[in-house]
Design a protein around this ligand. Structure first.
Ligand SMILES: [Zn+2]
Length: 150
């Protein structure tokens, strides 16, 4: 399942990516380009904008809450997605690319020494080249998601 979030839902887009969902972000205000992109990529539009017309073959999910935790719950509910812990951190939070494992030796110079010494697995975004590891945001992420995912 692929989604496309409108400009006011940037934070939600990042959270959905953390959960492993293919979440595109449309930062422009132009509604027709938004619809064209959603149809072209076969993406469900997630928005807080009530004025987005329901075009043929298009699915729009309205997000009502202004609070991020409730937005995550609304989105998952509407899309009927059960978050899977194994899917978490499989996508780059910034560019939505799928992350790939990278050999530890290759990133020695690019992470703090403490991290290198204490972490075993590292993943890398092929697009922006960011390096992630489980310790990155693990604690705070699971805390925010408490009560949303089982
Ligand atoms: Zn990236």
């Amino acid at each position: 399942m692929k989604v496309l979030l409108t400009r006011e839902l940037g934070r939600l887009a990042k959270w959905l990516r953390i959960l492993g969902i293919d979440a595109g972000y449309f930062s422009e205000e132009n509604t027709s380009s938004l619809i064209i992109q959603a149809l072209k990529d076969d993406r469900i539009i997630l928005t807080r904008n009530h004025r987005i017309p329901q075009a043929r073959g298009m699915k729009v999910v309205l997000i009502n809450s202004e609070r991020i935790k409730e937005q995550i719950a609304e989105a998952l509910g509407a899309l009927e997605i059960k978050p899977d812990l194994k899917m978490m951190f499989t996508r780059c939070v910034i560019c939505n690319e799928e992350l790939v494992y990278i050999e530890k030796e290759k990133i020695r110079e690019r992470v703090p020494e403490y991290v290198f010494n204490t972490q075993k697995d590292f993943i890398n975004c092929p697009k922006c080249n960011r390096i992630y590891w489980q310790g990155t945001h693990w604690g705070s992420v699971t805390k925010t998601l408490e009560g949303i995912i089982g």
